[in-house]
Ligand binder design. Sequence first.
Ligand code: ADP
Ligand code: ADP
Length: 229
Amino acid sequence: TEMITASQVGKVYRGGVPALTDVSLTVRKGELVAIVGPSGSGKSTLLHLMGTLDTPTSGTVRVLGLDLSEVSDGTLSAMRAHWIGFVFQQFFLGATLSAVDNVAQGLVYQGVPRGRRRRRAAEVLDRVGLGHRLDHRPARMSGGERQRVAIARALVADPAIVLADEPTGNLDSASGAVVLDLLHQLNREGTTIVVITHDTDVADRLPRRVRIRDGAVVADSAAVSGGAG
Ligand code: ADP
Ligand code: ADP
C-alpha cells in the first residue's frame, strides 16, 4: 500500500530559489524511512508537503491515495488529525501541562471527552516507557523523556503515518538512541514512519535512506538491487 507518493514535486517559495526541483518518492505501509541531507537541501519542505501542511508548486502529493490538490481544507485538517502524527526537534510541549495533558492534547481535534482523552494518553505514555511520569511537567523531565512525550502525543490518535522532523536533533547521543529505538519499536508495531535528519549517523540506523541534495533525491537505498541497502 502506498502511504505517501510524491510525483515530480517542485516547490519554489515566494522570492526564493527552488527548495525542491523534481522529487519523486513513494513511502509504503510499514516502512521506516530516513530522508537525509545537509541543511537547506529541502528536507523540511518535503516533510511539510507530505504532512499536508503546504502545497507544491508543481507535481502531485498523494497521502493514502488522496491527491492533496483535490481535497478541501476541511479534509486536509481531518487527514492531519486522524492519519498523520507530527514530531518535532523542539518537542513543542506545553510547559504548564503534565505529560498526560500534553499527550491528551493530541485528541482535542477528535471530539473525545476529557476523561477518555486522559486515559488513552496514559496508555500511550506507558507504551513509550513513561508510565511513571504521567503527572510530570516538561521542566521535570530530561530531553529524551520530553521527546518521548511528544512521540506519545503524535501517536495518541493512532495515526497511520508519523512524520518526524530531526527528532534527535536536540538530544545527546544516548537519549537519541533511546528515541531511535522507540521509533523502531513503533514501526515494528505497524506505524509507517518518515524521519528527516541532517545526521548521517542517525540515517544509517534506519532501514531505508533517501538522500536529498539541492532539492532533489540523489540516492535511495530502497532502489538498490540485491537488498544490500
Ligand atoms: P532543510 O530542511 O533541508 O534544511 P528546507 O526545506 O528548510 O531545507 O529549505 C530548503 C530551501 O528553501 C532553503 O534554501 C531555504 O532557505 C528555503 N526555504 C525554506 N522555507 C522557506 C520559506 N518559508 N520561505 C522562503 N524560503 C524558504
Ligand atoms: P485546523 O485546520 O483544524 O486548525 P491545524 O492545521 O491547526 O488544524 O492542525 C492539525 C494538526 O496539524 C495538528 O495536530 C497540528 O499539531 C498540526 N500542525 C498544524 N500546523 C502545523 C505546522 N505549521 N507545523 C507542524 N504541524 C502543524
